[in-house]
Design a binder for this molecule. Structure first.
Ligand SMILES: Nc1ncnc2c1ncn2[C@@H]1O[C@H](COP(=O)(O)OP(=O)(O)O)[C@@H](O)[C@H]1O
Ligand SMILES: [Mg+2]
Length: 398
Protein backbone atom coordinates (compact mmCIF):
# COMPACT_ATOMS: atom_id res chain seq x y z
CA UNK A 1 0.00 0.00 0.00
CA UNK A 2 1.26 3.47 -0.85
CA UNK A 3 1.55 5.74 2.19
CA UNK A 4 1.20 9.43 1.40
CA UNK A 5 3.52 11.74 3.27
CA UNK A 6 2.34 15.10 4.59
CA UNK A 7 4.12 16.75 1.63
CA UNK A 8 2.27 14.51 -0.84
CA UNK A 9 -1.00 15.41 0.86
CA UNK A 10 -0.37 19.14 0.47
CA UNK A 11 0.63 18.75 -3.18
CA UNK A 12 -2.38 16.49 -3.79
CA UNK A 13 -4.83 18.96 -2.20
CA UNK A 14 -3.39 21.87 -4.18
CA UNK A 15 -3.42 19.93 -7.46
CA UNK A 16 -7.04 19.02 -6.83
CA UNK A 17 -7.92 22.67 -6.53
CA UNK A 18 -6.41 23.50 -9.93
CA UNK A 19 -8.85 23.88 -12.75
CA UNK A 20 -12.07 23.73 -10.68
CA UNK A 21 -12.86 27.10 -12.14
CA UNK A 22 -11.91 28.47 -15.53
CA UNK A 23 -12.12 32.07 -14.25
CA UNK A 24 -8.51 33.00 -13.54
CA UNK A 25 -9.09 34.93 -10.28
CA UNK A 26 -11.33 32.16 -8.89
CA UNK A 27 -8.88 29.44 -9.82
CA UNK A 28 -5.93 31.32 -8.28
CA UNK A 29 -7.96 32.03 -5.13
CA UNK A 30 -8.73 28.30 -4.82
CA UNK A 31 -5.12 27.21 -5.20
CA UNK A 32 -3.62 29.89 -2.94
CA UNK A 33 -6.21 29.34 -0.16
CA UNK A 34 -5.67 25.57 -0.32
CA UNK A 35 -1.92 26.01 -0.05
CA UNK A 36 -2.29 28.46 2.87
CA UNK A 37 -4.73 26.19 4.71
CA UNK A 38 -2.38 23.18 4.42
CA UNK A 39 0.86 25.02 5.33
CA UNK A 40 2.07 27.59 7.83
CA UNK A 41 1.85 30.43 5.26
CA UNK A 42 0.50 33.70 6.68
CA UNK A 43 -0.82 34.89 3.37
CA UNK A 44 -0.38 34.46 -0.35
CA UNK A 45 -0.67 36.40 -3.59
CA UNK A 46 -0.39 36.08 -7.30
CA UNK A 47 1.24 39.11 -8.83
CA UNK A 48 2.42 40.48 -12.12
CA UNK A 49 6.00 41.74 -11.63
CA UNK A 50 6.56 43.45 -14.95
CA UNK A 51 6.49 46.34 -15.90
CA UNK A 52 5.24 47.32 -12.41
CA UNK A 53 4.31 44.97 -9.57
CA UNK A 54 0.54 44.45 -9.62
CA UNK A 55 -1.40 42.11 -7.41
CA UNK A 56 -3.91 39.90 -9.26
CA UNK A 57 -5.12 37.94 -6.21
CA UNK A 58 -4.20 38.42 -2.53
CA UNK A 59 -5.41 36.14 0.29
CA UNK A 60 -5.19 36.35 4.10
CA UNK A 61 -2.42 38.53 5.59
CA UNK A 62 -0.96 41.14 3.29
CA UNK A 63 2.82 41.51 3.01
CA UNK A 64 5.35 43.55 1.03
CA UNK A 65 6.45 42.34 -2.36
CA UNK A 66 10.24 41.84 -2.36
CA UNK A 67 12.21 44.17 -4.68
CA UNK A 68 13.82 42.82 -7.84
CA UNK A 69 11.95 39.54 -8.07
CA UNK A 70 13.76 37.21 -10.43
CA UNK A 71 11.90 35.16 -12.99
CA UNK A 72 15.05 33.41 -14.14
CA UNK A 73 14.75 30.51 -11.72
CA UNK A 74 13.09 27.26 -12.72
CA UNK A 75 11.88 26.39 -9.22
CA UNK A 76 11.52 28.95 -6.43
CA UNK A 77 13.33 31.64 -4.43
CA UNK A 78 13.13 32.72 -0.79
CA UNK A 79 13.49 36.41 0.14
CA UNK A 80 13.73 37.96 3.62
CA UNK A 81 11.14 40.73 4.17
CA UNK A 82 10.26 43.00 7.06
CA UNK A 83 9.21 42.39 9.83
CA UNK A 84 11.23 39.25 10.30
CA UNK A 85 9.55 37.17 7.65
CA UNK A 86 10.45 35.18 4.52
CA UNK A 87 8.63 35.24 1.26
CA UNK A 88 8.52 32.16 -0.91
CA UNK A 89 8.47 33.17 -4.58
CA UNK A 90 7.48 30.75 -7.33
CA UNK A 91 7.77 32.54 -10.69
CA UNK A 92 5.73 31.69 -13.76
CA UNK A 93 7.11 33.92 -16.51
CA UNK A 94 6.62 37.54 -15.45
CA UNK A 95 4.12 36.46 -12.82
CA UNK A 96 4.76 35.11 -9.33
CA UNK A 97 3.10 33.15 -6.58
CA UNK A 98 4.26 34.69 -3.28
CA UNK A 99 3.68 33.26 0.20
CA UNK A 100 4.77 34.91 3.45
CA UNK A 101 6.05 32.84 6.40
CA UNK A 102 7.32 33.64 9.88
CA UNK A 103 11.12 33.46 10.15
CA UNK A 104 12.32 29.97 11.14
CA UNK A 105 9.74 27.99 9.14
CA UNK A 106 11.09 25.38 6.72
CA UNK A 107 10.10 27.37 3.62
CA UNK A 108 12.39 25.27 1.41
CA UNK A 109 10.16 22.21 1.81
CA UNK A 110 7.08 24.25 0.94
CA UNK A 111 8.93 25.64 -2.07
CA UNK A 112 9.69 22.10 -3.30
CA UNK A 113 6.05 21.08 -2.82
CA UNK A 114 4.72 24.06 -4.76
CA UNK A 115 7.29 23.67 -7.52
CA UNK A 116 6.13 20.05 -8.00
CA UNK A 117 2.79 21.20 -9.48
CA UNK A 118 3.95 24.48 -10.96
CA UNK A 119 3.81 23.25 -14.59
CA UNK A 120 0.24 22.04 -14.24
CA UNK A 121 -0.65 25.37 -12.68
CA UNK A 122 1.01 27.32 -15.50
CA UNK A 123 -1.01 25.34 -18.05
CA UNK A 124 -4.24 25.95 -16.11
CA UNK A 125 -3.52 29.70 -15.95
CA UNK A 126 -2.97 29.75 -19.72
CA UNK A 127 -6.21 27.79 -20.18
CA UNK A 128 -8.16 30.33 -18.07
CA UNK A 129 -6.73 33.16 -20.16
CA UNK A 130 -7.56 31.36 -23.40
CA UNK A 131 -11.13 30.86 -22.21
CA UNK A 132 -11.36 34.55 -21.31
CA UNK A 133 -9.97 35.48 -24.75
CA UNK A 134 -12.48 33.18 -26.41
CA UNK A 135 -15.33 34.78 -24.47
CA UNK A 136 -14.08 38.18 -25.55
CA UNK A 137 -13.80 37.17 -29.19
CA UNK A 138 -17.20 35.51 -29.01
CA UNK A 139 -18.96 38.50 -27.59
CA UNK A 140 -17.17 40.83 -29.99
CA UNK A 141 -18.09 38.66 -32.94
CA UNK A 142 -21.63 38.22 -31.66
CA UNK A 143 -21.92 41.99 -31.64
CA UNK A 144 -20.43 42.15 -35.12
CA UNK A 145 -22.68 39.36 -36.32
CA UNK A 146 -25.71 41.20 -35.02
CA UNK A 147 -24.57 44.40 -36.68
CA UNK A 148 -23.47 42.64 -39.82
CA UNK A 149 -26.36 40.19 -39.92
CA UNK A 150 -28.48 42.12 -42.33
CA UNK A 151 -25.43 43.34 -44.22
CA UNK A 152 -24.20 39.77 -44.64
CA UNK A 153 -27.58 38.64 -45.88
CA UNK A 154 -27.56 41.37 -48.47
CA UNK A 155 -24.03 40.46 -49.55
CA UNK A 156 -24.94 36.80 -49.80
CA UNK A 157 -27.95 37.69 -51.90
CA UNK A 158 -25.78 39.81 -54.13
CA UNK A 159 -23.18 37.06 -54.55
CA UNK A 160 -25.96 34.60 -55.28
CA UNK A 161 -27.23 36.90 -58.03
CA UNK A 162 -23.73 37.27 -59.48
CA UNK A 163 -23.27 33.52 -59.47
CA UNK A 164 -26.66 33.02 -61.13
CA UNK A 165 -25.71 35.56 -63.78
CA UNK A 166 -22.56 33.56 -64.48
CA UNK A 167 -24.56 30.34 -64.83
CA UNK A 168 -27.16 32.16 -66.91
CA UNK A 169 -24.40 33.36 -69.23
CA UNK A 170 -23.30 29.78 -69.65
CA UNK A 171 -26.88 28.59 -70.14
CA UNK A 172 -27.56 31.25 -72.77
CA UNK A 173 -24.47 29.96 -74.58
CA UNK A 174 -25.94 26.47 -74.44
CA UNK A 175 -29.33 27.63 -75.69
CA UNK A 176 -27.62 29.37 -78.57
CA UNK A 177 -25.72 26.18 -79.26
CA UNK A 178 -28.84 24.02 -79.19
CA UNK A 179 -30.74 26.51 -81.34
CA UNK A 180 -28.10 26.49 -84.03
CA UNK A 181 -29.23 23.21 -85.56
CA UNK A 182 -33.00 23.89 -85.88
CA UNK A 183 -32.26 27.41 -87.14
CA UNK A 184 -29.91 26.13 -89.81
CA UNK A 185 -32.49 23.49 -90.87
CA UNK A 186 -35.13 26.25 -91.21
CA UNK A 187 -32.66 28.42 -93.07
CA UNK A 188 -31.74 25.59 -95.42
CA UNK A 189 -35.39 24.79 -96.22
CA UNK A 190 -36.19 28.46 -96.85
CA UNK A 191 -33.16 28.82 -99.13
CA UNK A 192 -34.10 25.68 -101.06
CA UNK A 193 -37.66 26.94 -101.48
CA UNK A 194 -36.43 30.33 -102.73
CA UNK A 195 -34.02 28.63 -105.11
CA UNK A 196 -36.73 26.30 -106.46
CA UNK A 197 -39.13 29.20 -107.00
CA UNK A 198 -36.47 31.24 -108.80
CA UNK A 199 -35.42 28.32 -110.97
CA UNK A 200 -38.82 26.83 -111.85
CA UNK A 201 -41.03 29.85 -111.22
CA UNK A 202 -43.60 27.59 -109.64
CA UNK A 203 -44.03 25.69 -106.38
CA UNK A 204 -44.58 22.01 -105.92
CA UNK A 205 -47.41 22.10 -103.40
CA UNK A 206 -46.54 18.73 -101.86
CA UNK A 207 -42.91 19.71 -101.44
CA UNK A 208 -43.98 23.01 -99.86
CA UNK A 209 -46.24 21.20 -97.42
CA UNK A 210 -43.40 18.85 -96.41
CA UNK A 211 -41.03 21.79 -95.95
CA UNK A 212 -43.55 23.74 -93.87
CA UNK A 213 -44.10 20.70 -91.65
CA UNK A 214 -40.36 20.40 -91.06
CA UNK A 215 -40.17 24.12 -90.28
CA UNK A 216 -43.08 23.77 -87.88
CA UNK A 217 -41.35 20.83 -86.15
CA UNK A 218 -38.11 22.79 -85.87
CA UNK A 219 -39.91 25.81 -84.40
CA UNK A 220 -41.53 23.46 -81.92
CA UNK A 221 -38.06 22.18 -80.96
CA UNK A 222 -36.78 25.74 -80.54
CA UNK A 223 -39.59 26.62 -78.21
CA UNK A 224 -39.31 23.43 -76.16
CA UNK A 225 -35.59 24.12 -75.64
CA UNK A 226 -36.57 27.47 -74.13
CA UNK A 227 -39.26 25.81 -71.99
CA UNK A 228 -36.79 23.26 -70.63
CA UNK A 229 -34.40 25.96 -69.54
CA UNK A 230 -37.17 28.16 -68.23
CA UNK A 231 -38.70 25.44 -66.04
CA UNK A 232 -35.30 24.57 -64.84
CA UNK A 233 -34.66 28.03 -63.49
CA UNK A 234 -38.02 28.79 -62.00
CA UNK A 235 -37.34 29.04 -58.28
CA UNK A 236 -39.57 27.03 -55.93
CA UNK A 237 -40.98 28.52 -52.74
CA UNK A 238 -41.67 25.21 -51.08
CA UNK A 239 -39.73 21.94 -51.26
CA UNK A 240 -40.92 19.50 -53.88
CA UNK A 241 -40.75 15.75 -54.25
CA UNK A 242 -38.14 14.86 -56.83
CA UNK A 243 -36.89 11.58 -58.26
CA UNK A 244 -33.31 10.99 -59.23
CA UNK A 245 -34.61 10.37 -62.72
CA UNK A 246 -35.84 13.99 -62.88
CA UNK A 247 -32.48 15.21 -61.67
CA UNK A 248 -30.46 13.23 -64.21
CA UNK A 249 -32.93 14.03 -66.96
CA UNK A 250 -32.80 17.73 -66.09
CA UNK A 251 -29.02 17.77 -66.21
CA UNK A 252 -28.98 15.90 -69.51
CA UNK A 253 -31.53 18.32 -70.95
CA UNK A 254 -29.44 21.32 -70.02
CA UNK A 255 -25.92 20.00 -70.53
CA UNK A 256 -26.20 16.71 -72.36
CA UNK A 257 -25.92 17.88 -75.95
CA UNK A 258 -23.13 20.37 -75.29
CA UNK A 259 -21.14 17.87 -73.25
CA UNK A 260 -21.64 15.14 -75.82
CA UNK A 261 -20.49 17.44 -78.63
CA UNK A 262 -17.23 18.19 -76.87
CA UNK A 263 -16.69 14.51 -76.04
CA UNK A 264 -17.42 14.49 -72.28
CA UNK A 265 -18.87 11.20 -71.10
CA UNK A 266 -21.44 12.17 -68.46
CA UNK A 267 -22.77 9.06 -66.71
CA UNK A 268 -25.31 8.55 -63.93
CA UNK A 269 -25.04 5.58 -61.60
CA UNK A 270 -28.00 5.86 -59.29
CA UNK A 271 -31.32 4.28 -58.50
CA UNK A 272 -33.43 6.59 -60.64
CA UNK A 273 -36.66 5.79 -58.76
CA UNK A 274 -35.52 7.17 -55.43
CA UNK A 275 -37.72 10.08 -54.29
CA UNK A 276 -36.66 12.84 -52.00
CA UNK A 277 -38.06 16.18 -50.93
CA UNK A 278 -35.98 19.26 -51.55
CA UNK A 279 -35.66 22.57 -53.38
CA UNK A 280 -34.96 20.97 -56.72
CA UNK A 281 -33.73 23.98 -58.65
CA UNK A 282 -31.37 25.05 -55.90
CA UNK A 283 -29.85 21.59 -55.92
CA UNK A 284 -29.66 21.56 -59.72
CA UNK A 285 -27.84 24.90 -59.63
CA UNK A 286 -25.20 23.32 -57.41
CA UNK A 287 -24.81 20.34 -59.75
CA UNK A 288 -24.52 22.71 -62.70
CA UNK A 289 -21.74 24.63 -60.97
CA UNK A 290 -19.81 21.45 -60.26
CA UNK A 291 -20.33 20.04 -63.75
CA UNK A 292 -19.32 23.38 -65.31
CA UNK A 293 -16.11 23.37 -63.27
CA UNK A 294 -15.28 19.85 -64.44
CA UNK A 295 -15.83 20.86 -68.08
CA UNK A 296 -13.58 23.90 -67.61
CA UNK A 297 -10.88 21.74 -65.98
CA UNK A 298 -11.02 19.30 -68.96
CA UNK A 299 -10.61 22.17 -71.40
CA UNK A 300 -7.83 23.85 -69.47
CA UNK A 301 -5.86 20.63 -69.04
CA UNK A 302 -6.69 19.18 -72.45
CA UNK A 303 -7.83 15.89 -70.94
CA UNK A 304 -8.32 13.03 -73.41
CA UNK A 305 -11.38 10.81 -72.84
CA UNK A 306 -12.92 13.12 -70.23
CA UNK A 307 -15.62 11.61 -68.04
CA UNK A 308 -17.89 12.75 -65.21
CA UNK A 309 -19.49 10.11 -62.99
CA UNK A 310 -22.52 11.12 -61.02
CA UNK A 311 -23.45 8.63 -58.30
CA UNK A 312 -25.89 8.61 -55.43
CA UNK A 313 -26.43 6.63 -52.22
CA UNK A 314 -29.04 7.00 -49.55
CA UNK A 315 -30.31 5.78 -46.22
CA UNK A 316 -33.55 6.60 -44.45
CA UNK A 317 -32.34 10.10 -43.51
CA UNK A 318 -29.84 11.36 -46.03
CA UNK A 319 -29.21 11.20 -49.71
CA UNK A 320 -25.59 11.57 -50.85
CA UNK A 321 -24.27 12.43 -54.27
CA UNK A 322 -20.72 12.13 -55.55
CA UNK A 323 -19.54 13.76 -58.73
CA UNK A 324 -16.16 12.54 -59.91
CA UNK A 325 -14.15 13.67 -62.91
CA UNK A 326 -10.83 12.71 -64.47
CA UNK A 327 -9.46 16.22 -64.90
CA UNK A 328 -6.49 15.61 -62.58
CA UNK A 329 -7.93 16.97 -59.34
CA UNK A 330 -7.40 20.06 -57.23
CA UNK A 331 -4.02 21.01 -55.84
CA UNK A 332 -3.78 20.35 -52.09
CA UNK A 333 -2.54 23.92 -51.55
CA UNK A 334 -5.83 25.36 -52.78
CA UNK A 335 -8.38 22.67 -51.96
CA UNK A 336 -9.22 24.36 -48.63
CA UNK A 337 -9.90 27.66 -50.39
CA UNK A 338 -12.13 26.65 -53.29
CA UNK A 339 -15.34 27.29 -51.31
CA UNK A 340 -14.18 30.83 -50.40
CA UNK A 341 -15.95 33.68 -52.18
CA UNK A 342 -13.99 35.04 -55.16
CA UNK A 343 -11.42 32.25 -55.07
CA UNK A 344 -10.67 31.28 -58.66
CA UNK A 345 -7.72 29.94 -60.63
CA UNK A 346 -9.42 31.14 -63.81
CA UNK A 347 -9.08 34.87 -63.32
CA UNK A 348 -7.80 35.38 -66.89
CA UNK A 349 -10.75 33.43 -68.22
CA UNK A 350 -13.35 35.42 -66.29
CA UNK A 351 -13.72 32.92 -63.45
CA UNK A 352 -15.97 34.54 -60.85
CA UNK A 353 -14.83 32.35 -57.95
CA UNK A 354 -18.45 32.30 -56.80
CA UNK A 355 -19.75 28.97 -58.10
CA UNK A 356 -18.55 26.78 -55.25
CA UNK A 357 -19.08 29.46 -52.61
CA UNK A 358 -22.73 29.78 -53.60
CA UNK A 359 -23.02 26.00 -53.89
CA UNK A 360 -21.83 25.68 -50.28
CA UNK A 361 -24.27 28.40 -49.11
CA UNK A 362 -27.14 26.66 -50.91
CA UNK A 363 -26.27 23.19 -49.62
CA UNK A 364 -25.41 24.16 -46.05
CA UNK A 365 -27.81 27.01 -45.35
CA UNK A 366 -30.78 26.36 -47.59
CA UNK A 367 -30.77 22.60 -47.92
CA UNK A 368 -29.37 21.76 -44.44
CA UNK A 369 -26.70 19.51 -45.89
CA UNK A 370 -22.96 19.38 -46.38
CA UNK A 371 -20.58 19.62 -49.30
CA UNK A 372 -16.90 18.77 -49.55
CA UNK A 373 -14.23 18.32 -52.15
CA UNK A 374 -11.50 15.70 -52.30
CA UNK A 375 -9.34 14.04 -54.93
CA UNK A 376 -8.91 10.48 -56.12
CA UNK A 377 -6.36 9.00 -58.55
CA UNK A 378 -8.20 10.46 -61.58
CA UNK A 379 -9.42 13.84 -60.49
CA UNK A 380 -11.80 15.68 -58.20
CA UNK A 381 -14.63 14.21 -56.17
CA UNK A 382 -17.40 16.48 -54.90
CA UNK A 383 -19.58 14.88 -52.22
CA UNK A 384 -22.89 16.36 -51.21
CA UNK A 385 -25.33 15.04 -48.66
CA UNK A 386 -28.75 16.50 -47.91
CA UNK A 387 -31.72 15.32 -45.85
CA UNK A 388 -33.90 12.93 -47.83
CA UNK A 389 -36.92 14.81 -46.52
CA UNK A 390 -36.28 18.53 -46.39
CA UNK A 391 -38.49 19.85 -43.58
CA UNK A 392 -41.41 21.60 -45.19
CA UNK A 393 -41.44 24.36 -42.61
CA UNK A 394 -38.05 25.70 -43.65
CA UNK A 395 -39.82 27.60 -46.41
CA UNK A 396 -37.25 29.31 -48.54
CA UNK A 397 -37.80 31.28 -51.65
CA UNK A 398 -35.08 32.73 -53.79
N1 LIG B 1 -13.46 19.64 -61.02
C1 LIG B 1 -12.46 20.50 -60.75
N2 LIG B 1 -11.18 20.20 -61.11
C2 LIG B 1 -10.17 21.06 -60.86
N3 LIG B 1 -10.30 22.23 -60.19
C3 LIG B 1 -11.54 22.57 -59.79
C4 LIG B 1 -12.68 21.73 -60.03
N4 LIG B 1 -13.76 22.33 -59.48
C5 LIG B 1 -13.33 23.48 -58.93
N5 LIG B 1 -12.00 23.64 -59.12
C6 LIG B 1 -11.19 24.78 -58.61
O1 LIG B 1 -12.00 25.53 -57.73
C7 LIG B 1 -11.95 26.92 -58.07
C8 LIG B 1 -13.23 27.61 -57.62
O2 LIG B 1 -14.35 27.18 -58.38
P1 LIG B 1 -15.60 28.14 -58.51
O3 LIG B 1 -15.99 28.61 -57.15
O4 LIG B 1 -16.64 27.46 -59.32
O5 LIG B 1 -15.04 29.42 -59.26
P2 LIG B 1 -14.60 29.58 -60.80
O6 LIG B 1 -15.10 28.37 -61.55
O7 LIG B 1 -15.26 30.84 -61.23
O8 LIG B 1 -13.10 29.68 -60.80
C9 LIG B 1 -11.70 26.92 -59.56
O9 LIG B 1 -11.11 28.13 -60.00
C10 LIG B 1 -10.76 25.72 -59.73
O10 LIG B 1 -9.43 26.09 -59.44
MG1 LIG C 1 -17.08 27.66 -61.41
Amino acid sequence: MIVLTEQDNIAYACMNSIGNSLVLEDMLTDVISTFISHTEALGGKYILSHPLPKSIVSIENDFDIPDNLSHETEKYMIYPVEPNRSVLDIPIGDEHFLFAFEKGIDVDTYGTIFASFKTKLAIAIEACRSVARLHEINSASNRQILEAGSKQEATEQMLMTQSRMAIMGEIIGMIAHQWRQPISVIGMIANNAILTMMTFAEINQQQLLRDLNIIDQQIHDLSSIIDDFHNFFRPAKIPQTVTLHEISNGLITVLGITYKNIGINLSFECDENICFVTYKNELMEVFLNILANAKEAFEERRVSNPFIRFKSFHNSEMICFTIQDNAGGIDKDIIDKIFDPYFSTKKEKNGTGLGLYISAVVIEKHLNGSIRASCNENGSVFSISIPINQATDTAYGS
